[in-house]
Every structure is written in structure tokens, then in C-alpha cells.
Write a protein that binds this ligand. Structure first.
Ligand code: G1P
Length: 317
């Protein structure tokens, strides 16, 4: 599949997608890149996020950003691009080698902690960053990573969305992508009255846990929603989406919406939603974040029994 050069217009992207056609979908380029949009201000978690990026908030003992990176690596991702903003340096430092810390741990014989750090060390050159100087929306954030994306398919992980599952959620998507090619998004059912918080699917044929995406609408009012199947923050997309994002059309909330650009690819390349196995927690929301703490702690063999025991103290409240 010859893929487009990105300075191009959306008409170029369209023509190239049309040229690809379904019949060539077996030519699936390997998925090695991921974009992590992390420029958001985290206002819902003030004052915690006054001097610290919201993606550094820990669930149990690991920051949200690390969950996203670990999940992506488990899906075969090798190259990362963080779309950052001001005050986000801690996110980059987090993936650096902490020489002083490692030396101190070694000196004190803290082998387990040292091994943990070393296991999680990123290969040199695997993380790059770009800045989104103005908050114009998720679509604009992804467009900022266009040079990194180049002509390759790529994953997007929104670190606020945390998934507890047997198989890492992005790996589930990558497996579908390998099979079908095209675009794949993780989807889940949401209460009908909440469709205005999400990107919502118009569904075509379903086969097992895969559904064909026939349409996409960003944050529709419940009365206008084509279903209650919502996109969560895991995507595998063709690079042609950049051509559509380049138009900078404003959508819901007057932002450049990724969902609107994705909608323009429907019909020109395979597009599937995957009802993934696992539970999704919205860690951009206080209740979702607190629930994630409990669920992830309960799932840990070293903490689960103690957490289960103390939770009993609160069940009568
Ligand atoms: C974004 C997307 C939306 C998606 C959601 C998942 O919305 O625009 O389509 O359903 O993430 O978390 P946001 O949460 O940034 O408003």
C-alpha cells in the first residue's frame, strides 16, 4: 500500500485511500509507532496537577503514563511520540536513566527496586516529543505528530483511559489490525445519557467482538446518538488521517476533533471497532480514578488480600 506524503490536502489523502481499496488490505504494514497526547492541563485534578502533569498521577505505584507505555510495548510498539505542552518535563524525565538514584540503590543493596527501574528502561532514542503550543483539540494534537508518523500506521493511547485486562488492550487492537488492516478503535458500551462525552459509532455488521464502523460522531446528544457504543482512548490508525486533520475543521466544542477526521476514512479502508476484553477506567475523572486505584490494587497479588480486608471496613457506610 503506497501511502501519502503528509503535507498534502485531504483530497490527496482521499485519493490515496481510494487507490488502496479493500482488496489490498492484506498488505498490512507492521505497527511500531505510538502517539501519546499528553498536553492537557489536568484542571479536574487541581491542586494535585498544579506543578505536576496529570499523567504522572499514580495508580497504586505507577504513573498513568507508564501504564500507557508498558501497554504499548506489550503490543510491539518500539517508537513513541509524546505530544506535550508547558510544564510536562517530568514526563520526559520519568523515562530517562536516573543515574544518582540507581547508584544510591546499588550502594544500599536495594536490588529489587534497581531491577524494577532497569526492566522498565526505554531503549535509547525510542521516545521523541513534539509540542502542541495551543490547545486546539485531540485532532490537532495528533496532527502535531505528523513528522513522526510519516507514512506508517500508528497507535494512539490516551493515558487517562486505563484498561485492566488479561491481554493488554492495545495488543488486542494490534491483533485485529494484523488481520484486517485499516483502522481499528477500542469500543465499549456507555450509558445512553452519556453519549455526549464520547466519540460514538454507527455500527455495521458485527462478527464476534468486532463491529464494522459505518459512521462516527463526536459527543452527540443522547437523542442524536447512532448507538451507545463509544470509542475509548486506544486507536490504530492509517497515516492518511493526517491529510484530513490538515484541514483543521472545527467540530464539537469548537475543537479539531480526531473523530471527525477518522469519519472521513470510512468506506475507503477497513474500519473496525473492537469490543475489547477488560475494564476501562476514566482516570481523568475523580471517581474513575479512585475506582482504578481499588481495582488495580485488588488485582495485585502483593496487595490484593490486604486491600480486600480493609475495604470491609467501609462497605457499611
Ligand atoms: C476523546 C475523544 C473521544 C473519545 C474519548 C475517550 O474525548 O475525542 O472520541 O471517546 O477521548 O476517552 P475527550 O475525553 O478528550 O473529551
Amino acid at each position: 500500500m503506497a501511502l501519502m506524503a503528509h503535507g498534502g490536502s485531504s483530497a490527496d489523502a482521499w485519493a490515496e485511500l481510494a487507490a488502496c481499496g479493500h482488496e489490498e488490505s492484506h498488505l498490512v504494514k507492521p505497527l511500531r509507532k505510538a502517539v501519546l497526547p499528553v498536553a492537557g492541563l489536568g484542571t479536574r485534578f487541581l491542586p494535585a496537577t498544579k506543578a505536576m502533569p496529570k499523567e504522572m498521577l499514580p495508580v497504586v505505584d505507577k504513573p498513568l503514563i507508564q501504564y500507557a507505555v508498558d501497554e504499548a510495548r506489550a503490543a510491539g510498539i518500539e517508537q513513541f511520540c509524546m505530544v506535550t505542552g508547558r510544564g510536562k518535563t517530568a514526563l520526559i524525565d520519568h523515562f530517562d536513566i536516573a543515574f544518582e538514584l540507581e547508584a544510591t540503590l546499588a550502594e544500599r543493596g536495594k536490588r529489587e527496586a534497581l531491577e524494577l527501574l532497569r526492566e522498565e528502561a526505554m531503549p535509547p532514542g525510542s521516545i521523541t516529543t513534539v509540542r502542541q503550543q495551543v490547545p486546539l483539540g485531540l485532532g490537532h494534537a495528533i496532527w502535531c505528530a505528523r513528522a513522526f508518523i510519516g507514512d506508517d500506521p500508528f497507535a494512539i493511547l490516551l493515558p487517562d483511559d486505563l484498561v485492566l485486562s488479561e491481554t493488554p488492550c492495545l495488543k488486542q487492537l494490534a491483533d485485529v489490525y494484523r488481520d484486517t488492516g485499516g483502522n481499528v478503535v477500542a469500543v465499549t458500551e456507555v450509558p445512553h445519557e452519556q453519549t455526549n462525552k464520547y466519540g460514538i459509532l454507527r455500527i455495521g455488521e458485527a462478527a464476534g467482538n468486532r463491529v464494522e464502523v459505518k459512521g462516527l460522531v463526536e459527543k452527540p446528544a443522547p437523542k442524536d446518538a447512532p448507538s451507545n457504543l463509544s470509542i475509548i482512548g486506544r486507536y490504530v490508525l492509517l497515516p492518511e488521517v493526517i491529510g484530513f486533520l490538515s484541514q483543521m475543521e472545527r467540530g464539537a466544542g469548537n475543537e479539531v476533533q480526531l473523530t471527525d477526521a477518522m469519519a472521513k476514512m470510512i468506506g475507503f479502508a477497513p474500519f473496525h471497532g473492537l469490543k475489547f476484553e477488560g475494564r476501562r477506567f476514566d482516570c481523568g475523572d475523580k471517581i474513575g480514578f479512585l475506582e482504578a486505584q481499588v481495582a488495580f490494587a485488588l488485582a495485585r497479588p502483593d496487595l490484593g488480600p490486604a486491600v480486600r480486608a480493609f475495604l470491609k471496613n467501609y462497605t457499611d457506610l
